[in-house]
Design a protein around this ligand. Sequence first.
Ligand SMILES: [Zn+2]
Length: 1170
Amino acid sequence: MAEQEASGLQVLLSTLQSSCDKDVILNILSVLTDLLSLGTGRRIHYVVSKGGSEALLQALATAAQTELPDHGTLLPLLRLLARVGQRDRKFGLKVQKAEATDIILSLTRRHLGHHLHLTHCLWVLRVCASNVTTGTMLGINGAMELLFKVITPYSKRHVRTVRAAIGALAALLKSKSNSRRAVNRGYLGELLRLYQDWHRNDVSNNYIYIRRGLLLCLKYITNIQLGRETFLGSRGMEILFTSVQDCLSCKNLDPIITTATHILRKCYPKEHLPVVTVRSSYSFPLPGNASAEPPCEGSEGKWLKGDSESEGEEEDEKDWDNEDVESKEEDCDLETDVNKLRSRPVLDRPEQELEKYEALCAELFQNFQELEFESEEKKSLEDRTESLPSAPSHFIPSATSVKHPNCRWRNQSVTEMGPDPGEQDFKVPLQSWRKKEECIWDKNDENRDIAEKAQDKEFCEEKDPARSHVFALCSLLKDSAWYKKVFYPHCEASIDPSPEGRLESSDLVRNLLEKHRGDIPFHSPCFYAARAQCVKSIPGYRELAFPDFWGHQPPPYSKPVLERKHGLQRDKVLDDVRRLIQPGDVIGRTVFDLDDPSSLSSPAAPGCLTFFSKFESGNLRKAIQVREFEYDLIMNADVNSSQHHQWFYFEVCDMKPAVPYRFNIINCEKLNSQFNYGMQLVMYSVREALQGRPRWTRAGQEICYYKNHYRCRSAAAGGGGVRRRFYYTLTFSIKFPHKDDVCYLAYHYPYTYSTMMSHLDILEQNRNPRKVYWRQQTLCQTLGGNPCPLLTITAMPESKNRDDLEQFCSRPYVFLTARVHPGESNASWVMKGTLEFLVSSDPIAELLRKCFIFKIVPMLNPDGVINGNLRCSLSGDDLNRQWLAPSSQLHPTIYHAKGLLYYLSSIGRAPLVFCDYHGHSQKKNVFLYGCSIKETLWQAGCMVDTAVVTEDVGYRTLPKILDKVAPAFVMNSCSFLVEKSRASTARVVVWKEMGVLRSYTMESTYCSCSHGLYRGLQLGTQELEEMGSKFCLGLLILHLKSLPCSKELMAQAALLLDLEEEITDRAQRRCSNSSLESDDEPPCAEEIDYDTASSSDGEEEFLELDQEIQECLSCVEGETEDEGVTTGQTCSSRALRGLYISSQPAPNSTALPLGSPALGLCRGFESSPV
Ligand SMILES: [Zn+2]
């Protein structure tokens, strides 16, 4: 606004404050009214900034001083106050300063008999009360009592006044002390009665705003514990629940339903999870004196017996308010200490300890005299492979060639390039390959032994003689658990007396396997079973999950994200509330309980699903049948812990086909989930698999995720205090495809430890040993006694002449790790893609192998994966928070991975790239987290002296490349900030302590992409694997861009990458019209939480009051129910309305001149009789 006008406004305001001339005041009010009648809150904010509130309050004080206030000025003044006040954040303070609370209260009292005037007073009262302190003061001075004189049961008279009174009451009840006072005076019951009355009588839904206003009062009053208790005691749950049922069919009533549901959720009595203890069913004795989480968390039982009464209200209310502290904390979490950000190599162990890692880098000391041995070995393996029917024999294609239509060109380029001329040259006498391999960790022969075992084994003997009849194929499929007997892995000492039964079963398996052999690339059921036998688990698994055993082949299509139905969550929540209202309908039968072994062996009740999850990565703890087709499910906590539930994986059978079953996983912990944004879980049907469709598919309808009424008291992280823990429900319904089927449901595509181990077996057997240097060693044994494999992959030297051997040894390292968090199975699928690409015959892979030596730990947390954990290892620790000071005893995989990195760094061979693969449960897309000092300081708002802080921006190159070459990858989602809370993650420690510039965490969504080729599609394993192979491509391009390369390499790369660029260009063009947007999710369709401020606060509320004022003005004419206008005045009122309409300023005008027709409006009010 121009300076002149500004000063004009100030003149007006100061005149308003000082003048006693009625006409002058009227004119000024009229101008202000016109000025603000247009458009947005921006003008009001402007008036506020020029002292508008103070001037209006002063004018009010002056007007109120007179014995008989002049309503001609009072009414427009009150309207202006209401409109300006509600947008002035400091209005409450200004009211107090002007000592106006008493004025407003007494004005209200004085006008109890005149509804139009009263309504105006109530608007201002409401605005004053929106400041908690002012509201409390008003409450102390009797405002609520006054309002209850105005709020009446259902009546068509004075509805505007009643509405304004309810609005003011709701504002007052935002103050907790007012709420307490209201409860003590019995107003809560009164509000419920009023609500019921309006609900009952407002049959045509004319007064929705009054009904909703009453609900808002109830909503605020139940923010305090006393309010909730009184609400329950007054049968509030029943009353609201019943009334909501009447509203469900009418979409206009959504505001009522939403508010009522909010109150119902909040007041639902809190309970503990129906488990003996929240502590994991599995515990693991830790070496030494180390203890996992403090035991106080586990001793839940005492509290369960019901001393919840002892909770102080204060603590309670604090909790409601500080609900999402966790998510807010992130903002102030940035590391701003430059010294802490600076790379400073430190060693967390004696230097001589590093020597032992030399054995894990044999490639650096190899003289390749044994090259021939390598090919001999290959030959003998091939021989063995051929002689065994069940052995896998996979053509290793270029890993990407089968995956994306865009990549088909690669096959061409293979033929174009022709056979490698160097291939013939590997005839070198063999020497001691094995000798050098021996090191303290190396279980080198283990792999081969297991592979042999797999081939020789009759791993499918029947153990239960009584049921051996099931192995006739036709009857077999009727028994849903048949395969368990068939594929029983632990069968060393079979005591089966019936040799025929055994033969039959193994024949059957052979038949089945032969039929399916080769169907699934890089998977072998035999290898899987052999590997699974060697796994050491806490529960001592004796069964295999069929999908892991049989294998998964991605479906030929991608599924779009699920569209969310309107009011879905509300319906589910009301269904939950119904359990409380109609307890007789609830079955409440425990059908599976890990803590009660007898429940596992007893036969299932008829008509009831049978659950099972005692297999690798399974983690169902308890299943309770709630209604005929509805089950509550509880997931087991991480071993030695009492938390971390989000991942799930279990088996279901005895289902009826085509019936929607509702499942509620009631102990989820994350604040929000992609399940609210279109993500589906995954399902695998055994029958489908046997019919040739062995696949996990996205499944589940009516999916939503919301906070439920279960609570847990737990030790605060680090603080020693007690923090309330909240649980969330993931609900979904599933229609099973077949009768007599066995189905598996999981959070995401499972990928077990045995899957990984057998995958490595297959890769090793199928690689081309003349080209691919492949070594699998054991990095260390885990706490649980499982080997953690370390892979070394690079190209075999071109020849054994010195130059080539030197080139071989001097290749830079790339260090990749994955699956430190067991629940992030997507990370394993990406790693699978990386590994398959790296050993493939794809020319890009060949080139890449010549560029780098890859050190890969494909699973940093085998124990966690095996035992169905979400986040931790057996020690109950998040291993990705241990990198600063890993314990060799408690965190061996981290300790030795870090040791190996130290070693590489100590010999000047720190990796060019370090990347740890993860999954992200709350975001879409695939993206990288990296580390940058400057970006962190900038983001934190610190002054950066660029002369002092210099930084290589090379950390941005790889993500930029990936953005171009990988369809699922989005640069915009990447972040390079160093957070304090991430100080002990792999990414930050490797960056800081090893000085690796390109140290990343790669996060893959569980859900879908917001940009590019896969926009709106849920990612499958195919897309995840593709990401893994594209990551490799990105590395090659990074090499070409960042490192000096030979001419030959450049030429080869140019040939390959030109083509690649063309492809990516095309892909880019195809999706270029999709605009870039923030990767933050839009607010949930429905509030998943019921403790946070309602969306009705803020701007929406302003508009509501504006509208209320506007409606009141424009309807004054037809106001037959208000005594303000009698029939005698109709004529003049009609004239008044005409004036009002004509006074609406033209869209572009800012202010009308003094004496504009709007003045008539103000005078018009004056003319209405008192
Ligand atoms: Zn993670």
